[in-house]
Design a protein around this ligand. Structure first.
Ligand code: GLU
Length: 296
């Protein structure tokens, strides 16, 4: 699969941990508008790889809400929990770069390397050369290059934020691909799926920005193309927290889809007023998106 300039495949990849809320509607809308404005395809992928966070019926609720908002997806909806063989196959291709790790979270907590932007302690590489005697392997980690090695510095251009740099050795550390509970980590699943589905453009919230360096590194190690990235602002609550079920996000009012859509569009700095129907909303929003974020 190659990045073909004439082809645009975008996606919305919700984790089914609850119904769509104002924050996830903004992420869905941004990826949808960008795909429509490029005359591209828009896929929906259900990211239920962390089965401990999956909530029954959330997938149905998300799909129903997208339909109410008039957001039609292309192709079949793929579900990560049904694609574990793909993640296993990719993992096997990383042989020599992955290693078992016997460290517990508590043991890593006071890492001399400090904490990554997502709050996790940066792994100091303790098990790189083998699990210490008396310990058992819990997780599998991917070795990242040391300072000054090739690929240690990941540089990419974000369509919203501009040029960005991430240093894997000092800001991320060797990261988990297979978790202690046996589930695949989000990073490997998302990279494998985006490539397998031919995704060329990723539009998602800045809450995922910290993962991008890891994902680009994984793409390189697996010989996969790197899509274009655009990280849009995320909706926060009064406490400055990202909206989620845990932070008490309100469900969207599906009886008033037009006002929810207009609110989300305003958050994305699109000026949309006086639209009477959902169809009219999308016509205006696609044009406004193209003018603001695509036309130079
Ligand atoms: N499943 C992730 C989430 O809901 C999004 C993954 C992505 O867009 O790369 O936060």
């Amino acid at each position: 699969m190659t990045n073909n300039v004439n082809k645009y495949i975008g996606r919305f990849a919700p984790s089914p941990s609850g119904p769509l809320h104002a924050g996830s509607l903004v992420a869905a809308m941004a990826s949808y508008l960008d795909a429509q404005a490029h005359h591209g395809q828009w896929l929906v992928r259900i990211e239920d790889i962390d089965e401990t966070r999956t909530v029954a019926d959330a997938t149905t609720a998300i799909m129903d809400a997208l339909a109410v908002f008039g957001m039609q997806h292309d192709g079949v909806v793929v579900v990560q929990s049904e694609r574990k063989n793909l993640y296993q196959a990719a993992f096997e291709r990383l042989r020599g770069l992955v290693y078992p790790c016997g460290c517990t979270r508590r043991e890593i907590a006071d890492s001399r390397l400090g904490v990554a932007a997502d709050g996790a302690a940066i792994y100091p590489g303790t098990c790189r050369h083998g699990v210490a005697p008396g310990k058992t392997a819990r997780t599998w980690r991917l070795r990242v290059p040391d300072v000054n090695e090739v690929n240690e510095t990941i540089i990419f251009d974000d369509r919203w934020l501009g040029p960005l740099t991430q240093h894997l050795a000092t800001e991320v550390g060797d990261f988990i691909l297979k978790r202690a509970d046996g589930f695949w980590a989000y990073q490997i699943a998302v990279v494998v799926d985006d490539a397998e589905q031919g995704v060329t453009h990723i539009v998602r919230g800045t809450d995922l920005l910290e993962s991008t360096g890891r994902q680009i590194y994984l793409q390189r190690m697996l010989g996969l193309p790197t899509p274009s990235y655009m990280h849009v602002p995320v909706v926060l609550n009064e406490l400055g927290e990202k909206l989620s079920k845990q932070t008490g996000a309100q469900a969207l009012d599906l009886n008033n889809p037009l006002s929810e859509l207009i609110r989300a569009a305003h958050f994305l700095e699109l000026k949309i007023d006086h639209v009477q129907s959902i169809t009219e909303f999308w016509q205006h929003a696609i044009a406004a998106w193209a003018q603001r974020y695509i036309a130079q």
